[in-house]
Design a protein around this ligand. Structure first.
Ligand code: SAM
Length: 285
């Protein structure tokens, strides 16, 4: 099976024979047809799924919205419904995907609402660089982002991701334990220090953060914040990780002096007790 696209026109080929055609008008799928001899064999589903996938319709954690012209007949309506389209007020059909709120997404939304471009942002657990990239997008061309990790693969992945996104001039990852943050960031200068604790996805799960380094790192992060700056941390617990780090970090947030920091622990109240826990400390002005 091969999908060939030329501008707004798309064709589905099977062994060099065109068996389906589709046409987009912006984000509206105007037509999708499978040649009569190939109908009722799943090719329509394959075609529509691939068209949506190529446009980010199945990207994990991403919002998307697509439209389709009103379907002609029950089979066309069933195909659209199968992929989440539903009739909209204007007669077209709409497929809207709003990602579930995750602990990390919640942290990102909180930071995006409070922080402004420019300044110094630290990703204290850069891992595969998704959070570092997000911080770069907040910091903008006038800001600076520093990523830290103890695993060389994480540092390489992050720097590769930043370069591919055009942020090599804004952000950079270095091999350094976050407990040594104070060696790299002067006190009172950081707009944000972000921790996404745990292990590196796709790597050895035996290598993960733990209370012995997490507590000094949280202290160093607080010292690094400028007035108004935000420390954000996603805490994990459960199999492999245990709950020692989460309990120690929770105690840390709960005992921060209120005259200097506003501390928040944001629980997903109807999730399991092992659900990730977003926490924040805002340095008071
Ligand atoms: C959940 S991952 C981070 C995910 C990452 N922010 C991303 O967007 O892909 C946790 C990371 O923390 C790192 N880590 C563990 N202990 C650390 C320490 N003491 N200092 C810095 N990084 C550490 C791990 O190597 C791992 O890459």
């Amino acid at each position: 099976m091969e999908l060939r696209e030329q501008g707004a026109d798309c064709a589905l080929y099977k062994e060099n024979a065109c068996i389906g055609r589709a046409r987009w008008a912006g984000d509206t799928l105007e037509t999708l047809e499978i040649a009569p001899a190939w109908r009722r064999r799943g090719y329509g589903s394959y075609f529509l799924k691939e068209l949506l996938r190529r446009r980010g319709g199945f990207a994990r954690g991403a919002a998307s919205c697509f439209w389709a012209a009103a379907p002609q007949g029950a089979a066309a309506a069933a195909l659209l419904a199968k992929f989440g389209f539903a009739p909209a007020a204007d007669g077209r059909w709409r497929r809207q995907v709003t990602p579930d709120l995750s602990a990390v997404a919640f942290c990102h939304e909180f930071l995006a609402a409070r922080l402004r471009p420019g300044g110094l942002y630290v990703d204290a657990t850069c891992g595969n660089g998704h959070d570092t990239l997000f911080l770069c997008s907040l910091a903008g061309a006038g800001g600076r982002v520093l990523g830290l990790d103890i695993q060389p693969a994480a540092v390489e992945n992050t720097n590769r991701r930043l370069a591919a996104a055009g942020y090599a001039g804004v952000g950079r990852a270095v091999l350094c334990g976050h407990e040594h943050l104070g060696r790299l960031v002067a006190p009172g200068t950081a707009d944000c220090v972000l921790f996404n604790f745990g292990w590196l996805p796709g790597a050895d799960h035996a290598v993960h953060s733990g209370p012995a380094t997490t507590l000094p790192a949280l202290r160093a992060a607080c010292a690094a914040l400028r007035p108004g700056g935000v420390l954000a941390a996603v805490l994990y617990s459960g199999r492999g990780i245990g709950s020692g780090e989460k309990q120690a970090a929770l105690e840390f947030f709960k005992t921060l002096p209120p005259a200097q920091y506003t501390a928040l622990v944001c629980e997903f109240a109807n999730w399991a007790g092992t659900a990730p826990l977003p926490c924040f400390a805002i340095r008071r002005g």
